[in-house]
Design a protein around this ligand. Sequence first.
Ligand SMILES: [Zn+2]
Length: 77
Amino acid sequence: MSPHDTARPLEVACPQCRKKVLWSEENAYRPFCSKRCRLLDLGAWADESHRIAGESAMDETDLDALLARADRDGDAS
Ligand SMILES: [Zn+2]
C-alpha cells in the first residue's frame, strides 16, 4: 500500500443482509458482504422467478378458460 493510495474506501450496504461492506478489490463478493449472502441473493432470485413463471403460466390458463367461457356466453345470448 503506497501512501498515495489512501482514497477513502467506498462503503456499500450488502443487498442481502444490509450490512455495511467495504467495496474493495479484496472483497470478491462485492457488493455482498460474503459468499453466503451472494448465493442467498442469487437463490432468492432464481426461486422467485421460478415461482412467478409457474404462477403466470397458471394465470394464463385460467384467463384463457375465462375468455373462452365469456366468448361462448356472448355467442349464446
Ligand atoms: Zn450480507
